[in-house]
Ligand binder design. Structure first.
Ligand code: FPP
Length: 241
């Protein structure tokens, strides 16, 4: 079975999971963190080398203040409680998103997690926090425009590679597989550039119910896909797509 090197997940449905049980939304997010722990473990065991999770989008600021502070609190708890264990298991942590918009204590924690784990080699866990793909592309465009203004590069030197190298995901391979839970079928401003040739698997379960079995199901669906990257399958006479 072909295992994707990089799996990216839109962890959706915490709120509906909680509502279905008559619980506050925070309980859903807490259960979501538990599902994240299980998924990181399973991903490592299944031979995935990059796992990216969408934990807080740049659009999530429009949620009620209490929910925003709950999500910030959960990130802090996740890093404080799990960092030692993740490090011990050889997990490398990378954060993507706009850090400038985050509180100094959170920024410091994110830097601590990245610094401590930077030489680890088992699995890279990429946490998208205060992340929005359009914002990421805009920030990359600004950096390139500044480099041109300073005479460091010329406009015609800009290529897919130079754009990619200015995104938050510089150095991270594109996701092979994007999973979204909760039955919604859209990308919601997640990895718009990087997912150009990704396979998509949409699963009906809410994120807190996601675990090893659901991950294995998604990997199986991925293995059955035929990836052509706009070309044709060498073994068949196909039409480019
Ligand atoms: C979507 O559920 C989930 C989020 C907006 C946040 C994802 C967060 C976690 C899994 C927990 C936090 C993890 C870290 C590391 C901070 P939703 O609230 O949109 O659910 P709904 O669509 O059912 O309302």
């Amino acid at each position: 079975m072909t295992t994707p090197a990089h799996v990216a997940i839109i962890m959706d449905g915490n709120g509906r999971w909680a509502k279905a049980r008559g619980l506050p939304r925070l309980a859903g997010h807490r259960a979501g963190v538990e599902a994240l722990r299980k998924t990181v473990r399973a991903a490592g065991e299944l031979g995935i080398t990059w796992l990216t999770v969408y934990a807080f989008s740049s659009e999530n600021w429009s949620r009620p203040k209490t929910e925003i502070s709950d999500l910030m609190g959960l990130l802090k708890i996740f890093i404080r409680r799990d960092l030692a264990e993740l490090h011990h298991s050889g997990v490398k942590i990378r954060i993507i998103g706009d850090r400038d918009g985050l509180q100094p204590d959170i920024r410091a924690l994110l830097t601590e997690a990245e610094t401590l784990t930077r030489n680890n080699r088992a699995l890279t866990l990429v946490i998208a926090f205060n992340y929005g793909a359009r914002d990421e592309i805009v920030r990359a465009a600004r950096k390139l425009a500044e480099a041109i203004a300073k005479g460091e590069i010329t406009a015609d030197a800009i290529s897919s590679e130079t754009v990619g190298a200015h995104l938050d995901t510089a150095g991270i391979p594109d996701p092979d597989l994007v999973i979204r839970t909760s039955g919604e079928q859209r990308l919601s401003n997640f990895l718009l550039w990087q997912a150009a040739y990704s396979e998509f698997v949409f699963q009906p379960c809410f994120w807190p119910d996601f675990g090893r079995t659901e991950l294995e199901d998604a990997l199986q669906a991925f293995a059955a896909r035929e990836r052509r990257y706009g070309g044709v399958d060498a073994t068949k006479q196909g039409v480019a797509s």
